[in-house]
Design a binder for this molecule. Structure first.
Ligand SMILES: Cc1cc2nc3c(=O)[nH]c(=O)nc-3n(C[C@H](O)[C@H](O)[C@H](O)COP(=O)(O)OP(=O)(O)OC[C@H]3O[C@@H](n4cnc5c(N)ncnc54)[C@H](O)[C@@H]3O)c2cc1C
Length: 388
């Protein structure tokens, strides 16, 4: 990478794909490098598709808050978990963000920075180290290209399993008493792996109800699961008046991590580049760390020591998380998987937060393997948790 950007380039940063990853990079650059030249290319006419992204307290690094703080559309003080034989509250901010909200943030940031340009409705057909070619033949040259064209381009998951879900955003007939999300309620019939409900209460009469499976198979019968959700809503204390929106996801939980980023342009970023948590299929935490890195360091140092530190750290985390998937999807089936999840949530709140943020320490890894493992007698595990 040259120390100074050649005058003949069209942009300092070319961001390919206007999904979560590049939206975060653009927002970070808007805060840290407002006079940079940034082009974001997205084939659709809006940013971020059709999602609700949830994230936990440590998923946004503290240092990133000057630009990442605005991502918090909804926030709750913690969340609840219910299993057949136990329940628990996890303390620590739980947050969410919708595509519409992200779209607005990105448009506002770009509109107030003269060097920032959003090219919506632009299909990119090829991506190279120093630029891209669009479907209409236009060639754009950039000093750094970030290719984040989303899950369609992700490497096959290989052995492992899937977190798959159908979510219905609903208007309720009567106000919900819920003050915080239910991250997992598995007090329902178990089938197709581990099955549970997830509820986000956005307001008194608007909630997202998701039915989720940790399954060995990717198939999803959206119509049947939507019916199940409506049938189960009463058990969750929710009276549905109307379904406003449906969200469907099949996120690979690979048993082997593919995260091996090259230290050169174009950066394979976002989901396709393996910047996600293999243990959850969620990518916001890893995407925020990449955005923080790209926006902090000078262009000439993007692949320097700090890049090597960040990618090494995430590789270790991804390896550990994928190993947990290997254990779960190969050895824990049916009721054993449900009990495994219940045991995992015996670990302390900080261990849970670091697990989601891909910041587990070696001691955390030991705790997850020891406290969270069904082969450790419950009494020993409890004592280890209390000591931790
Ligand atoms: C239903 C669902 C719910 C999820 N919920 C969460 C969650 O709660 N928390 C979390 O952390 N993660 C979540 N994830 C996982 C992950 O965060 C998302 O998949 C995330 O959107 C990935 O970000 P990305 O930028 O890599 O890809 P995307 O957000 O998919 O963005 C890729 C973009 O590239 C564009 N594109 C593709 N090809 C081209 C091309 N040739 N030219 C131009 N543009 C192109 C696409 O139109 C798209 O806008 C969820 C995933 C799904 C599917």
């Amino acid at each position: 990478m040259p120390a100074t950007v050649a005058a003949e380039t069209d942009a300092d940063y070319i961001l390919v794909g206007g999904g979560l990853q590049n939206a975060l990079i653009l927002l970070a650059l808007a805060e840290r490098k407002p006079s940079a030249r940034v082009v974001l290319l997205e084939r659709e006419n809006r940013i971020g598709g059709n999602h609700i992204w949830s994230f936990q307290t440590l998923d946004l690094p503290e240092a990133a808050m000057p630009w990442a703080g605005q991502l918090i559309e909804h926030e709750w003080p913690g969340y609840q978990l219910y299993f057949d034989d136990s329940s628990r509250w996890v303390e620590g901010a739980y947050r969410s963000l919708s595509s519409e909200y992200l779209d607005r943030l990105v448009r506002e940031a770009a509109a107030s920075r003269p060097g920032f340009e959003l090219q919506l409705g632009s299909e990119v057909v090829s991506v190279e180290a120093d630029g891209v070619t669009l479907a209409d033949g236009t060639r754009l040259r950039g000093a750094l290209v970030v290719d984040a064209r989303g899950p369609e381009l992700a490497a096959p998951a290989g052995a492992g399993g899937y977190q798959k879900f159908v979510g219905l955003e609903c208007r309720l007939r009567a106000p919900t008493g819920l003050q915080a999300p239910i991250l997992m309620d598995s007090r329902c019939d178990q089938r197709d792996g581990f099955r549970f409900h997830y509820v986000l209460p956005f307001s008194e009469d608007r909630v997202l109800i998701e039915e989720t499976y940790f399954s060995n198979e990717p198939d999803l019968d959206v119509a049947a699961i939507s019916d199940d959700i409506l049938a189960d809503a009463g058990r969750l204390g929710l009276e549905v008046a109307e379904v406003l929106r449906t969200e469907v996801g099949v996120l690979p939980m690979p048993a082997r991590s593919h995260f091996r980023p090259r230290g050169a342009s174009p950066i394979q970023a976002g989901y396709a580049g393996g910047w996600f948590n293999p243990g959850t299929g969620y990518s916001l935490a890893a995407a925020a760390r990449l955005a923080e890195h790209v926006s902090r360091v000078p262009l000439a140092e993007v692949f320097g020591a700090e890049w090597r530190r960040l990618t090494r750290e995430l590789r270790v985390q991804a390896f550990f998380l994928a190993f947990l998937n290997l254990l779960m999807f190969r050895f824990f089936h049916d009721d054993k998987r449900r009990r495994l999840m219940e045991r995992f949530y015996m670990v302390s709140d900080p261990v849970i937060h670091r697990f989601f943020a891909m910041r587990s320490t070696l001691v955390d890894m030991w705790r997850i393997m020891y406290v969270g493992a069904p082969w450790t007698p419950k009494g020993w595990a409890k004592r280890a948790t209390e000591r931790g």
